[in-house]
Design a binder for this molecule. Structure first.
Ligand code: FMN
Length: 375
């Protein structure tokens, strides 16, 4: 029977690079830039497929989608058109050779028997390259859309534990079994086929709360932590806390973070494009809606704080902002790696237009810094 250890076959997302690079959010219209510009990211299947093939050829390790069921409104209905993530991953896996495609799966919304089989199907299509990003959900309006009551924060992760235990059982057990949890009760379960090669898919989580992170260190191979450009000096301590916590459970975990990139030959060009895309043309209606969902309104913040939060939300919902020359971007990535970050999930305003320059200019710099091997 495959055990947790068997994931080692795929550990490190099959990567030989010290700093792994992925693309984040391409399955959603506008990606992660809350912008009104006409050339914003479409999120269409044709564009996703082209992007994945481009990324695969360049040696990018993974594509991470956002599990999003309902747009954020505003003039553009930001992230209003999204491709369902397991089927999206399956399609990308059929059209690529090396990269790992993740599904971002809402445990409380997708029945574990359906999810386990859909993920195995994607894994079979990708010959072992499917990855799971497990999320518990954070947007009430999505739960209303499903007619599902969102559980309180702690119980959400109790449920996720059972969901994942059930999925792992289906991925590994050859016998017919019952699953008798507090929330999930399954009878006479049979689940065939299994993930490829007797090894389960790489499992990622992005819990930010103590409960979310405790869940990740107990169960996952990778955890996203959030950081920002001005906090890079705190990354090493955060990474070592997470890794130490995992070791207390006899496990190893890789720590990832997310960021946005606008890379141009000069800093001026990069700043100007950033200003044009996510300041002058920010979709303020969508931004304010996202902030209000988190109880961030002009009533509970000063005008200055609120403007800063709007600005942050406009591109990448926070995360590390890398706007500058190839040297600037490579320097930030190197500093994340120095802090122990194993990989970064990057977004671009227009992924296809901007990825070639990043690959041509930033990747070789990372090679010279010893963070990436030659493609
Ligand atoms: C890189 C990253 C990706 C995430 N992707 C999603 C997503 O696609 N869908 C979603 O509902 N939540 C997503 N989240 C939210 C997290 O799963 C998590 O709920 C959030 O960070 C709050 O942490 P907590 O659940 O521990 O309170 C993401 C968070 C990060 C940092």
């Amino acid at each position: 029977m495959p055990t947790d250890a068997s994931v080692n076959v795929r550990a490190g997302l099959n990567s030989r690079h010290r700093l792994k690079i992925g693309l984040f959010g391409a399955n959603c219209s506008s990606g992660r830039a809350v912008t009104r510009i006409a050339e914003r990211w479409s999120g269409s299947w044709a564009d996703c497929k082209r992007l994945a093939q481009m990324a695969d050829d360049a040696g990018i390790e993974f594509m991470l989608p956002i599990g999003r069921w309902k747009g954020y409104g505003g003039e553009t209905d930001y992230q209003g058109a999204t491709l369902e993530t397991i089927t999206w991953a399956a399609g990308l896996l059929a059209h690529t050779k090396r990269l790992v495609a993740f599904g971002t799966v809402h445990a409380p919304l997708i029945h574990p028997v359906v999810a386990a089989k859909a993920m195995v199907t994607a894994d079979q299509i990708g010959e072992g390259r499917f990855g799971l990003n497990l999320v518990c959900g954070w947007n009430e309006d999505e739960f209303r859309m499903f007619g599902v009551q969102q559980r309180d924060h702690e119980t959400r992760y109790d449920y996720a534990q059972e969901w994942l235990d059930a999925v792992k059982a289906m991925w590994s057990r050859g016998d017919e079994f019952d699953f008798d949890g507090a929330f999930i009760k399954l009878k006479e379960v049979r689940a065939k086929p299994k993930p490829v090669g007797g090894a389960r898919p790489y499992i990622m989580n992005a819990g930010a709360s103590p409960t979310g992170q405790a869940f990740a260190v107990r169960n996952c191979d990778g955890l996203f932590i959030s950081t920002q450009l001005h906090e890079l000096d705190t990354v090493a301590a955060a990474v070592s806390r997470v890794r130490q916590a995992a070791r207390e459970h006899g496990r190893e975990i890789e720590v990832f973070t997310a960021g946005v990139v606008t890379c141009r030959p000069t800093r001026k060009e990069a700043e100007e494009y950033d200003h044009y895309a996510v300041v002058e043309n920010a979709d303020i209606g969508a931004i304010d809606h996202i902030l209000a969902m988190r109880d961030v309104t002009p009533d509970n913040y000063s005008a200055e704080e609120f403007a800063a939060l709007r600005r942050r939300q406009a591109y990448g919902m926070g995360g590390v902002r890398m706007v500058g020359t190839p040297d600037d971007v490579a320097t930030v990535l190197a500093s994340l790696s120095d802090g122990g970050i194993a990989g970064v999930a990057l977004s671009f305003v227009h992924y296809i237009d901007e990825l070639p320059y990043f690959c041509a200019e930033v990747l070789p710099r990372l090679e010279r810094l010893g963070l990436r091997n030659k493609a």
